[in-house]
Write a protein that binds this ligand. Structure first.
Ligand code: PGA
Length: 250
């Protein structure tokens, strides 16, 4: 059975105190235990966030990025091993902001996925088309390529550890959400592609999250789609009440 997940991607927001207040507030509000709530916090918040969720099976902490190499002279970078040793269990890889603003290529993303898995981090791997591709009806092909190029070298055992997030670039931070029809169409496509490559069992057990202007108002409709297993939430994860309302939207 695939897991229901709501992951809050804070991006570069909240100082340490504000971030910990947010975690505490989320913890104080009730949400279903069968929904995994993940805080994808900035690196320097991770240790403190881990302390707060310790012993709670339905909460976890993620990094928003990791370096693609093991260690070495890369000033300012953070390795998968460091993240794992701090106690985080997840890492976002392939977010369109990393692809676009930091020029992360497929070959770098592949290495990030490998090094994350080698260090027992579960990658939340993001795919998604931009508006041009969507308008040209190329969205399925783009996402097929993104999956294939970055992930299909993985063994079935490794692939089965991943979480996939479908984030249409045109929906991220824009207030324009994919319709439930668009989301279900793509999520179903992703699952069928995984089925083709890794078989039914793995495709049925892979959580595929939707991201892109997901909020407390539209989450219910999105999460009611058969192949939408939750959300990767940016802006709306910065307010505890909204984030928890989204977690309550299944
Ligand atoms: P958004 O961001 O919810 O603010 O659109 C989602 C994301 O980038 O993960």
């Amino acid at each position: 059975m695939r897991r229901k997940i709501v992951a809050g991607n804070w991006k570069m927001n909240k100082d340490l105190q504000q971030g910990m207040n947010l975690v505490e507030e989320v913890l104080s509000l009730s949400s279903p235990e069968d929904v995994l709530k993940i805080f994808a916090a900035p690196f320097i918040h991770i240790t403190s966030a881990i302390e707060k969720v310790k012993g709670k099976n339905d909460y976890a902490v993620a990094a928003q990025n990791c370096h693609h190499l093991e260690c070495g002279a890369y000033t300012g970078e953070v390795s998968a091993e460091m993240i794992s040793s701090a106690g985080a269990g997840y890492v976002i890889i392939g977010h369109s902001e990393r692809r676009n603003y930091f020029n992360e290529t497929t070959s770098v993303l592949t290495q990030k996925v490998n090094i994350a898995l080698a260090n027992n981090l579960i990658p939340i791997f993001c795919v998604g088309e931009n508006l041009e591709h969507r308008n040209a009806n190329q969205h399925l092909e783009i996402v097929r390529q993104q999956l294939k190029e970055a992930l299909y070298h993985l063994s079935a055992a490794d692939f089965s550890r991943l979480i996939i997030a479908y984030e249409p670039v045109w929906a991220i931070g824009t207030g324009v959400t994919a319709t439930s029809h668009q989301a279900q169409g793509m999520h179903n496509f992703i699952r069928s592609e995984i089925n083709k490559k890794y078989g039914k069992e793995i495709s049925e057990n892979t959580s595929v999250l939707y991201g892109g202007s997901c909020n407390a108002e539209n989450a219910k409709e999105l999460f009611s789609c058969l192949d939408v297993d939750g959300g990767l939430v940016g802006g709306a994860s910065l307010k505890a009440a909204d984030f928890v309302a989204i977690a309550n939207s299944f």
